[in-house]
Ligand binder design. Structure first.
Ligand code: UDP
Length: 237
């Protein structure tokens, strides 16, 4: 069944690709995510993906070990490109056309991201996989996801996490925490509910871009979440 959305932006964290490990790419998890994405794309929904890189390198960790932050963040952005190539290829192996783009110029690796080219690829039926984050240090791929969703005129950002939505407190630590069905941008920012970083939420709020937070292992899968089955929280106005 096609979802209510014409074009979505999915944020896939590096952690999701590492599966049970903390480092690298686990083929079964890569293929599992690629299959969920291909299943949605097959229904006619246009899918853009921003990939993280936490399974390879985080700039903050590199900076803590003494590497200067700008260099460390460049290393982090290169990590996201490794994931983008892997995910784009895995989606192709699921039988859907897919094209990686890079925020940084590396012509022999991937086309450089422009909103114009990425939109055209989406219109042509490609799943586009966007690596390199925003292309700038001191940002995260969560902010990149919101930014690209706005640039590409997506209907919604989907953010898969370990839990099935936004809770009043961290449900891993506080058993009395309850899940919001909907919550405002201002509330997630003021309550410091750390599902995405503040910059990502502020950008979404200022451009009225809704964010759906759901569990990556939801039994209904990504397509089910998009169709309103499965558990999630909608962050909006
Ligand atoms: N990064 C960056 N600018 C961006 C996006 C990412 O410098 O616009 C770097 C940053 O060092 C970050 C790393 O890339 O730690 C990996 O991205 P992120 O931590 O967002 O990945 P995730 O947590 O989603 O796996």
């Amino acid at each position: 069944m096609p979802s209510a959305y014409k074009r979505i932006l999915l944020k896939v964290s590096g952690e999701a690709l590492a599966g049970d490990n903390s480092f690298g790419i686990e083929p079964p998890f890569l293929q599992g995510i690629a299959k969920q994405i291909a299943d949605v794309a097959r229904t006619g929904t246009q899918v853009a993906i921003v990939v993280g890189g936490g399974n390879i390198f985080r700039g903050m960790a590199g900076a803590a070990d003494g590497t200067d932050r700008v260099t460390a963040d460049l290393m982090g952005m290169l990590g996201t490109m490794i994931n983008a190539l892997a995910l784009s290829n895995a989606i192709s192996r699921q039988g859907m056309k897919s094209k990686p783009f890079s925020a940084a110029t590396m012509p022999s690796v991937a086309d450089t991201f422009t909103a114009r080219d990425a939109k055209q690829a989406l219109e042509e039926g490609f799943v586009v996989v966007l690596g390199g984050g925003t292309g700038n240090p001191f940002f995260t791929t969560d902010t990149a996801a919101t930014l690209r969703a706005i640039e590409l005129e997506c209907d919604v950002v989907l953010k898969g996490t370990k839990v099935d939505g936004v809770y009043t407190a961290d449900p891993m630590k506080d058993p009395t925490a309850t899940r919001y069905t909907t919550v405002s941008y201002d509330e997630v920012i003021s309550q410091n509910l750390k599902v995405m970083d503040t910059a990502a939420f502020a950008l979404a709020r200022d451009n009225a871009m809704p964010i759906i937070v759901y569990a990556l292992d939801d039994k209904a899968g990504l397509s089910g979440v998009l169709e309103g089955r499965g558990l999630s929280t909608r962050v909006g106005n």
